[in-house]
Design a protein around this ligand. Structure first.
Ligand SMILES: Cc1cc2nc3c(=O)[nH]c(=O)nc-3n(C[C@H](O)[C@H](O)[C@H](O)COP(=O)(O)OP(=O)(O)OC[C@H]3O[C@@H](n4cnc5c(N)ncnc54)[C@H](O)[C@@H]3O)c2cc1C
Length: 244
């Protein structure tokens, strides 16, 4: 496949949680990078002379600045993990995109249930300004559910809690391995699917977005199908690993 690639420069690199790396890039060819919230980019690498690429959801909203952000969860021995882990401001990489249809659609007012495991939360961070607008003036409701092992992995929780406090966008963090002794009311013990029970989900009033770990996406989609959710009401983005 011929990719329409362009050079990007690393603007910042910082740890957002003890494990997850948050990177900002800007196109290095002077062109704007235009995308829709929820889309992803590809980063291209050379592996022993052979081309390889890895995909990353854009983690910030379009139109905010010329910087676009990603968050990467490290994988031991991973090609991109190694390259991005050592990337410093000013370094250049090769990118292509944006790609993908995991975006907000022109739906009638409903409740949007936005579910992500780990870095699968990032598309919803990019969607926040659109969600705020829809909730404030278009009759929507929105509930973001983040699934991680434990509290110190709650990626971008501060942004979602601020959106909850200021704009009424609900947020729940679900911990599958370790539950804090003194949980806040936005913290839930168990896989994200187990939090569905508390939400009174209904196919006539809810549209569900699922992003991240393929196991979670499949399990949640199966749970929803059993409750009469059709393909129109369930949208998915699986973070499958690359084959090269
Ligand atoms: C549409 C899309 C969007 C994505 N968005 C993001 C994103 O925003 N953030 C993000 O961190 N990732 C995202 N991913 C996953 C990402 O593209 C890479 O697969 C991931 O970063 C690992 O790449 P790597 O080169 O470091 O590891 P690789 O070189 O691909 O893998 C190294 C080894 O680890 C195994 N492995 C790979 N992934 C996992 C895993 N999750 N768990 C256990 N073992 C694994 C591989 O099978 C291989 O044996 C996305 C994937 C897709 C398809």
């Amino acid at each position: 496949m011929k990719w329409n690639t362009f050079p990007v420069e690393v603007v910042f690199s910082r740890k957002e949680t003890p494990a997850i790396l948050h990177l900002g890039f800007r196109r290095a060819d002077g062109q704007p990078f235009q995308f829709q919230a929820g889309q992803f980019i590809n980063l291209h690498f050379d592996r022993d002379g052979a081309p390889a690429h890895r995909s990353y959801s854009v983690a910030n909203a379009p139109g905010e600045s010329d910087v676009f952000e990603i968050a990467i969860s490290p994988v031991q021995g991973g090609l991109a993990t190694r390259a991005l882990g050592s990337a410093r401001p000013g370094d250049q990489l090769t990118a292509s995109g944006p790609y993908g249809r995991f975006v907000l659609k022109d739906d009638p007012p409903c409740r949007l249930i936005l579910v992500g495991t780990g870095t699968g939360i990032t598309p919803y961070r990019a969607m926040l300004p659109s969600l705020v607008r829809r909730v404030a003036s278009e009759g929507f409701r929105a509930h973001v559910l983040l699934g991680v092992w434990r509290r110190d992995e709650t990626l971008f929780a501060g942004d979602f809690l601020a959106a909850r406090d200021t704009h009424g966008i609900d947020f729940t963090a679900c911990y599958s391995r370790e539950f804090p002794d003194q949980p806040d009311e936005w913290e839930h013990s168990g896989y994200v699917q187990t939090a569905f029970e508390n939400l009174g989900l209904h196919p006539e009033s809810d549209i569900v977005y699922l992003c991240g770990n393929p196991g979670m996406v499949d399990a949640a989609a199966a749970w929803l199908k059993e409750r009469d959710f059709g393909s129109r009401q369930v949208r998915r983005e699986k973070y499958v690993s690359a084959r090269n």
